[in-house]
Design a protein around this ligand. Structure first.
Ligand code: DNO
Length: 343
């Protein structure tokens, strides 16, 4: 496995120098953040990011994410043009030696939480998703700013998107995803890149919007849409693991054995009786997921892909981007590296 750390580019308060000082760190996973969704990334900006990361003594081989424009997910509007732009970005990333691209196919909202700074008994703060709070939220009629939402959406955009998705059920979303994959996977193959879809987080429909990358049956279906190595997974333990029906230890072993896991996001969550969850430290006793067994499954299936510590809590007085501080993620990385070494 190759341990990498998510970095948000020049605006990230955490420096590349600090990341390099985490003993097990091989590289960085990042993205070009100043290009509107749907447009192609320039070769120049990709090359510059690579040069900056390498100058700091780290590798740059994984992207998270190249976002998929809503028109592609809806199969309407400028879908074809955006797919061509996506292919251009893949080719340029291939030119720069990128090996894996993480992306998601969640309508409108990426990961969803109801609070970003829930104080845990030890005084640290964490991201949580409480079902009763979620049920009270209404993106169309109510308050707009839900933690983790793309702040760039205006109310009118959201109303239009919800209207557009009222004509897209799960089956339509599957067929739009299939079309997208059939277009881009051959380009990824030519470019030496493996695509790695991120599961939906949480793995269930929210606000009536369909979500399909949620469970074993759907992951099996996804992998068969285009049945080759380049069509693979970002196995996000915390996303899949916040549904108690997903046996993440068994699933990561199964998909890693098939050679379809290219990137692993590892974090722990504490599941609550009503299906709500709180993010916890990576350490197995702190949450509901057996992180030791996750690492064992990767080790025993000779996993050679990339892994990153996922969301951390805020500890030791750190402030910053929720889920993406330095300290708790560094602890998580070292915990995983320690487990790997011991195994
Ligand atoms: C949350 C992340 C996600 C992920 C995207 C991938 O912290 O894991 O936002 O980057 O879903 O496209």
């Amino acid at each position: 496995m190759k341990m990498i750390f998510r970095w948000y580019g020049d605006t990230d308060p955490i420096s590349l120098e600090y990341i390099r000082q985490i003993p097990c760190m091989d590289g960085i996973v990042s993205a070009i953040y100043d290009v509107p969704v749907g447009e192609a990334w320039s070769q120049e900006s990709i090359d510059k990011m690579k040069a900056d990361i390498e100058a700091a003594g780290l590798k740059f081989e994984v992207i998270e994410s190249v976002p998929v424009h809503e028109d592609i997910k809806l199969g309407s509007g400028r879908c074809d043009e955006y797919i061509e732009n996506y292919k251009t970005t893949i080719r340029r990333l291939g030119n720069a030696g990128i090996k894996v691209i993480c992306y998601n196919f969640m309508p409108v909202f990426d990961w969803t939480r109801t609070q970003l700074d829930k104080r845990l008994p030890d005084g640290s703060t964490a991201l949580v998703c409480y079902n009763d709070q979620l049920a009270d939220m209404d993106p169309i009629h109510g308050e707009l700013s839900l933690p983790g939402w793309d702040a760039s959406y205006k109310k009118e955009d959201l109303v239009a998107l919800f209207e557009a998705y009222s004509h897209v059920d799960e089956e339509k979303l599957w067929s739009n995803l299939e079309h997208f994959l059939k277009e881009i996977i051959p380009v990824a193959k030519e470019s030496g890149i493996k695509m790695a879809i991120h599961p939906d987080d949480p793995p269930r429909p929210i606000f009536g919007l369909p979500r399909i990358i949620t469970c074993e049956e759907n992951l099996d279906r996804f992998l068969k849409l285009v049945d080759c190595e380049e069509n693979g997974l970002t196995f996000c333990v915390g996303s899949l693991g916040c549904d108690a029906k997903n046996d993440t230890v068994r699933l990561i072993r199964k998909y890693s054995e098939m050679g379809r896991v290219h990137f692993a996001h590892v974090r722990n969550v504490k599941l609550l009786p009503d299906g709500s969850f709180e993010e916890s430290s990576h350490y197995t006793p702190c949450g509901s997921i057996d992180i030791k067994e996750i690492i064992r499954a990767l080790k025993e299936t000779n996993f050679t892909g990339y892994i990153r510590p996922d969301h951390g809590r805020m500890i030791w007085g750190e402030t910053g981007k929720p889920g993406y501080g330095l300290y708790d993620r560094a602890l998580g990385a070292m915990y995983m590296a320690g487990l790997w070494e011991a195994l």
